[in-house]
Design a protein around this ligand. Sequence first.
Ligand code: NAD
Length: 233
Amino acid sequence: MKIALLGYGRMGKEIEKIAVSRGHEIVIRKDVDDKIDITLADVAIDFSIPTVAFNNISNCINHQIPVISGTTGWLNEYTKAVNLCEEKQGAFIYASNFSLGVNIFFELNKNLARMMTNLNQYKVSLEEIHHTQKLDAPSGTAISLANDIIAEHSNYKQWKLEESIENTINITAKRIDDIPGTHTVTYKSEVDTITIEHIAHNRQGFALGAVIAAEWIVGKTGVFTMNDVLNIG
Ligand code: NAD
């Protein structure tokens, strides 16, 4: 498969290694805001920066090139991307986290949130830790956990960063050198604490998931999630 990498930073380089090892060819490496011919590729993988992700994605959709995006911090434009994809009959997947482990962690958290719904003595909170170069906070994964997993399956309806308010999910974001991504969900009562945690040891899990998603989406039409790719949930 011919792959376009939209963003050639830490993740772009990791994705290249895994894609090449699986027999794919990298035909575009876009790392600045320059003009590219996206039609040279069979599929595009965007791991860029929040301010350019939507342009990268819409360029692919407008040219009928399936696109995978892992860039976080641009979700105010997600609905526009979905609408464009439907209008143009394109193919698009956004995931805040492409690792298999985190997607299993999401499913565990759905079940846990459901079980905790009526146990009002427990207060939920999230903590995420990432490297100091990360541009957005809280992480896309923490936002997915709060909005799509916990709020969707419990009585909590919103989250707040660094603020502990009644009936909201408090998220703490820490920035520490060289941490690829750690997410901890805690339910705490007066008498005990339940904690589940996902720790990424490196970026390979994210990169492999993105390449698997790219292999999966070619030939399909629609807006998908990692649950579709991994057949879980
Ligand atoms: P990075 O800063 O190392 O790389 C981003 C690259 O984008 C930079 O090299 C930058 O030069 C480039 N860029 C700037 N303008 C561009 C443009 N117009 N077109 C294409 N590229 C452009 O960051 P990273 O660690 O590789 O992470 C990239 C994104 O992926 C971040 O938003 C991060 O939060 C996210 N991320 C997601 C997952 C996931 O599984 N979804 C995992 C890790 C990181």
